[in-house]
Design a protein around this ligand. Structure first.
Ligand code: PMP
Ligand code: GLU
Length: 385
């Protein structure tokens, strides 16, 4: 298993900053906004109540699980009972629990690319084999469903994807989800992990959950959390809705690794999932403005090409034209930009998208403009060398 490329670049940026360098860090997918006031009030109230200090139940406090069950129904039309909900230390742990529950040596997990860095590594950690289905910028970084279907074999245990997608911002349409569901239903025992952590950051149309389609709820583990929509990455709460047998297995895994998630953070999560989603609509407006700012800016960078992300807060420019001389891979180019332009991006290879770089625009407009100016200058210098 290799180190997380996103976390490695974020750490390198911190170190360079600490050493006195002026770094604009666009490596980490982390909203820069403050969390909503109600979330902080819930934390203060929970501390003042002085009754959330002991080991919480492994699967999460029952009232939080019930609130998540209600949220799934309210926002997503998903009918998971509270017993089918489990709370973890971030969506990252939630996904790891499920993979460790479902996947072992000899099992394959089909992952459409580009994909979030941790998926393939978590599958490897479980002893399984990630089967990557590639796509191109021209395909809006979404492999056609027929290509995904071709990758599925009797050894495939899980299909794992996120929509909106990290790192491309691509969003699966209802028609694509229906086509995908029809493929999954042909294979008894094939499970879907649908990572919906960016559900509130969609710029056109509405977010759709595959678990709402006929026959799919029994086949789908829906993943979500409070990191992105509520700008609460540091409180580390994620959760799943899943068939009961999956939740029971995930409970065993988590019970041996970490036990229940932090008690105070669970009280914060309850306030978040109970809140009216209208309260966090401002986040989407911020991100849409920044997406356009970044796309317009990157259009000025010689040779770089982008798709138009429909969600999340990333763009994934194809940087093939800048891979010249000693800069053979996007990892070489990201190092070059960090050292020569003071801008931190993550190499696309880590996301199954060679020749691309991921830029997270979850930061202030002025910093984004500064970063793009620096990138444009550094790339123009490469071209003239
Ligand atoms: N899924 C996706 C697609 C992500 O981008 C991330 C990173 N934030 C996670 C899951 C994990 O989120 P967390 O562990 O912060 O809940
Ligand atoms: N998921 C975020 C990202 O892609 C945070 C870092 C991580 O956990 O990978 O940047």
């Amino acid at each position: 298993m290799s180190e997380s490329a996103t976390l490695r670049m974020a750490q390198r940026s911190r170190e360079m900053r600490a050493a006195g360098h002026d770094i604009v860090d666009l490596s980490l997918g982390e909203p820069d906004q403050d969390p909503p006031a109600f979330a902080m009030e819930a934390a203060q109230k929970a501390i003042a109540e002085n009754k959330w200090n002991k080991y919480p139940p492994v699967m999460g406090y029952m009232d939080l699980r019930a609130a998540i069950s209600t949220k799934f129904k309210r926002d997503n039309g998903l009918e998971y009972a509270a017993e089918q909900v489990m709370v973890s230390t971030g969506a990252k742990q939630a996904i790891m629990n499920v993979i460790l529950s479902l996947v072992g040596p000899g099992d394959e997990v089909v992952i459409p690319a580009p994909f979030w860095v941790s998926y393939a590594e978590q599958v490897r950690f479980a002893g399984g084999t990630p089967v990557i289905v590639h796509s191109t910028l021209e395909e809006d970084y979404k492999p056609p469903i027929a290509r995904i279907a071709e990758a599925i074999t009797p050894r495939t245990r899980v299909l794992l994807y996120s929509s909106p997608t990290n790192p491309s911002g691509s969003v699966l349409t209802q028609a694509e989800l229906e086509e995908l569901a029809a493929v999954v239903l042909k294979w008894p025992g094939l499970m879907v992990i649908s990572d919906e952590i960016y559900e509130h950051i969609v710029f056109s149309g509405t977010h759709r959950s595959i678990g709402t389609l006929p026959g799919m709820l029994e086949r789908t583990i829906t993943v979500n959390g409070i990191s992105k929509a509520f700008a609460l990455t540091g409180w580390r709460i994620g959760y799943i809705g899943a068939p009961k047998w999956v939740v029971q297995a995930a409970n065993k895994v988590q019970g041996q690794f970490t036990s229940g998630a932090n008690g105070i953070a669970q009280r914060v999560a309850k306030a978040c999932v109970e809140a009216d989603p209208a309260l966090i609509a401002g986040l989407r407006t911020d991100f849409l403005r920044r997406r356009d700012l970044v796309l317009n800016g990157l259009a000025q960078v010689p040779g770089w090409r982008c798709n138009k992300p429909q969600g999340a807060f990333y763009v994934l420019p194809d940087v093939s034209s800048s891979l010249v001389g000693n800069l053979r891979t996007s990892a070489d180019l990201s190092m070059h930009l960090l050292e020569n332009a003071g801008v931190s991006l993550v190499e696309g290879d880590a996301f199954g998208a060679p020749n691309t770089l991921r830029l997270s625009y979850a930061t202030g407009d002025a910093l984004l403009t500064e970063a793009i100016n620096r990138i444009a200058k550094a790339v123009a210098a490469l071209a003239s060398n």
